[in-house]
Design a protein around this ligand. Structure first.
Ligand code: GRG
Length: 308
């Protein structure tokens, strides 16, 4: 990888893998207890919400929230709520994205998609209910030192999910199928569709701790934006390079659907180079936080080097 990593030699990536496993496990437990029990009515809906959220996924967004929380010395109990809310929104977006009216996919996280396992109406409602539950969690738990910060967190989160964020990006994505678009147009779409929630994960995790200065928030925001974009570039590379078994979702989908991607617009090698450049810039963005940003740096590297 071209990027110049500034990670302490005393903390190799194996240490990151232990940390990542612990966060993923803790998130699974947190989500299990925060989601409605499968045997409470309406049981089929609750079952679908749990199916869409539990037992899979890399939990990258949750890890980003935890890693950013380390920068502001945040209480892990608070971060857990924020991370659970973000993962619920992510799970809802995947359940809806897989619907026949959108990407029409049958495999997600190595198992049948939510509408295949249940039915379309249930998958739609499960996504709706996951979104509502995520916002309920953010409003029910104390997450920040001041009410003002907590309200700002709600606003940031809502914007990241809505028409100026993920839902807007998805709308642009659907409108672009089969069209010739430019790289800046592709970038704009992904900054919304995939990037907005990733960026929000970083900022919300940091907001759970002591208030940071404007410059520090700007550095974290830049990191989130770069990592969000890198995530998508790598997703495009994996979609054409990897296979369905490794990915746990249908590989080659973008090309089959005639969707513009970083690979189709730039070519494979330039896309790889671009991902490496984004990684380098993301590492630079958090360099000023020193060892407190160790996990953020390792996560950026993981996101760019991942194989699934
Ligand atoms: C339906 C409002 C609405 C939005 C959908 C994010 C999204 C918008 C659709 C997902 C489509 C997709 C596969 C995008 C590529 C990037 C991406 C979000 C991949 C899936 O995220 P991972 O790899 O998934 O973090 P896991 O399963 O590991 O959690």
């Amino acid at each position: 990888m071209a990027a110049n990593l500034k990670i302490s030699p005393l903390k190799p990536m194996s240490d990151f893998q232990d940390w990542a496993r612990t966060v993923a496990l803790e998130m699974e437990h947190a989500l299990e207890s925060l989601l409605p029990a499968a045997n409470t009515e309406p049981a089929r809906l609750h079952d679908a919400m749990r199916y869409a959220t539990l037992g899979g996924g890399k939990r990258v967004r949750a890890m980003l929230a935890f890693a950013a929380g380390l920068v502001s010395g945040a209480d892990p109990k608070r971060i857990k709520i924020v991370a659970a809310a973000v993962e619920m929104i992510h799970a809802y977006s995947l359940a809806h994205d897989d619907l026949p009216s959108m990407d029409n996919d049958v495999l997600r996280r190595g198992k049948p998609t939510c509408h295949v396992e249940f039915d379309e109406a249930t998958a739609l409602l499960a996504g709706d209910a996951l979104q509502a539950l995520a916002f309920e969690l953010m409003a029910t738990h104390r997450l920040a030192e001041s009410t003002e910060t907590q309200v700002r967190m709600q606003q940031l989160f809502a914007r990241a999910c809505g028409s100026h964020g993920m839902a807007g990006g998805q709308a642009i994505d659907l409108a672009n199928v089969g069209k010739q678009i430019t790289l800046p147009e592709l970038e704009f779409m992904h900054i919304l569709k995939t990037g907005a929630l990733i960026r929000a994960s970083v900022l919300l995790g940091a907001d759970c701790g002591k208030p940071l200065g404007d410059a520090e928030i700007a550095h974290l925001d830049r990191y989130g934006k770069l990592v969000g974009l890198a995530f998508q570039v790598v997703d495009d590379i994996l979609d054409c390079e990897s296979n369905t078994e490794k990915l746990g979702k249908t590989a080659g989908k973008d090309q089959d659907a005639n969707k513009p991607t970083y690979v189709s617009l730039m070519g494979l090698m330039p896309a790889r180079k671009f991902a490496a450049e984004l990684l380098g810039d993301a590492l630079d963005a958090v360099a000023g936080f020193g060892e407190n940003a160790l996990r953020l740096r390792q996560l950026a590297k993981f996101i760019v080097e991942r194989q699934h």
